[in-house]
Design a protein around this ligand. Structure first.
Ligand code: ASP
Ligand code: MG
Length: 403
């Protein structure tokens, strides 16, 4: 905690983040204000990061597409940052209305300095002096999520779902005791509780496993925020602003032994495979990197004649990948597929984990395009029509039915 804050009777500093569903309506915003005030009265110094109300960001994007088929990225950032600005101002008003003092800041006013890549900027530095001084004055600070300002004083956004990253980055910058991410689900489950009735709640998880689960499709928090929290050792809590009994604590400790903990899935991924000589593969990767395309799970083999590269991207990046590959006249194949992943401990060191997965897929006669692994995960790329079946088989056989 920065010196000076403790003398002001602030016992601890917490950064809280409220997602779009938590601030979806005027009543929800009032509820959130109430929860914030309760914490404030207990002596917690609060920095609150908000997302845009419910579907506002999608709606603004829709307007942009109605005006132009190819909107300028700078103007897109100007437009989309307005969503968070609405929720931050309303929340601050609600707090004042209950007799407490708050102040709302845009990303730029909060001192969040980014690079100048519009629509997918990275945070370079946070100059948090204004936030700290407001905390010293006993105010609740509300910050618009997912945005910052570049050195050229242009307004930037961090990419979809970026408010989680804002929250964790601020927690690092001001030395917060922890970061609490509030959404409409009360933490992490062994499968998406909206899709799977017998999903079990997970009270504790380590950063690395959580990173994988979110990277492969769990929506509780953005993977970039998890990575940042792991790097700077910021404790995170995943909770609901509506159902308050349960929450998930994220810590650095992992368990030993092979143990599957949860599954995640992506309904739609854009799967790409190309064959070319190694120089060309280098060129392709270079182009993808320059355009800041987030290629995921890249896999490269060389048969002595040609090199074969495969990877996947989220569907919204499919067009830019196709454009790059078409412009270079490369040979490639693509597929809109689904991905199902199962994550846990001790997976990289265990042939048992892979054997079990193959047996399940073989017994279920499920064709797959690719199986990949990380330290914590085995993932399978399948035709979209098999997603649900693989999900329920994995969940039943590897997690709930195991004991
Ligand atoms: N409002 C932005 C989005 O919908 C950022 C966020 O919510 O994290 O992607
Ligand atoms: Mg979100």
């Amino acid at each position: 905690m920065p010196s000076g804050l403790r003398d002001k009777f602030i016992l601890m500093i917490i950064v809280q983040k409220y997602g779009g569903k938590s601030v979806a309506t005027i009543d929800r915003i009032r509820d959130v204000a109430g929860q914030i005030i309760e914490n404030h009265i207990e002596g917690v110094g609060l920095v609150v990061v908000v997302s845009a109300m419910a579907d506002t960001t999608d709606e603004l994007l829709r307007y942009a597409k109605l005006i132009s088929s190819n909107p300028r990225e700078r103007e897109l950032d100007m437009l989309l940052t307005a969503g968070e600005r609405i929720s931050m101002a309303l929340l601050s008003m609600a707090i004042w209305d209950s007799g407490h003092s708050a102040i709302s800041f845009t990303g730029s006013q909060s001192g969040i300095i980014t690079d100048d890549v519009h629509t997918r900027a990275r945070i370079i530095e946070i100059r948090a002096s204004r936030i700290i001084s407001e905390l010293q004055h006993g105010r609740i600070v509300i910050v618009a999520g997912f945005q910052g300002v570049s050195a050229k004083r242009e307004i930037t956004t961090l990419g979809r779902g970026g408010s989680d990253t804002t929250a964790v980055a601020l927690a690092c910058a001001i030395g917060a005791d922890r970061c609490e991410i509030f959404s409409d689900v009360d933490g992490l489950y062994s499968a998406d509780p909206k899709r799977c009735d017998d999903a079990v709640h997970i009270p504790e998880i380590d950063y690395e496993t959580l990173f994988d689960l979110t990277f492969f499709g769990a929506k509780v928090v953005h993977p970039r925020a998890v990575e940042l929290a792991r790097k700077y050792n910021i404790p995170i809590t995943l909770a609901s602003s509506i159902h308050k009994e349960k929450r998930t604590m994220v810590k650095s400790k992992a368990m030993e032994g092979t143990n599957f903990v949860a599954i995640s899935s992506q309904e739609e991924i854009f799967w790409v495979s190309t064959s070319a000589d190694r120089k060309e593969i280098e060129e392709i990767l270079n182009h993808l990197d320059k355009s800041r395309t987030n290629i995921r799970s890249p896999y490269l083999t060389d048969d002595g004649n040609l090199a074969h590269l495969s990877f996947w991207v989220l569907p919204e990046q499919a067009d830019e990948v196709k454009k790059i590959l078409d412009e270079g006249k490369y040979d490639y194949e693509t597929q809109m597929a689904s991905l199902v992943a199962v994550s846990g401990y001790g997976i990289a060191e265990s042939s048992e984990a892979m054997t079990t997965i193959i047996k399940i897929l073989n017994d279920g006669k499920i064709p797959f395009a690719h199986i990949g692994t990380t330290n914590r995960t085995i993932f399978v790329v399948v035709d979209k029509k098999y997603r649900e079946k693989v999900e329920s088989l994995f969940h039943r056989k590897l997690i709930v039915g195991r004991s």
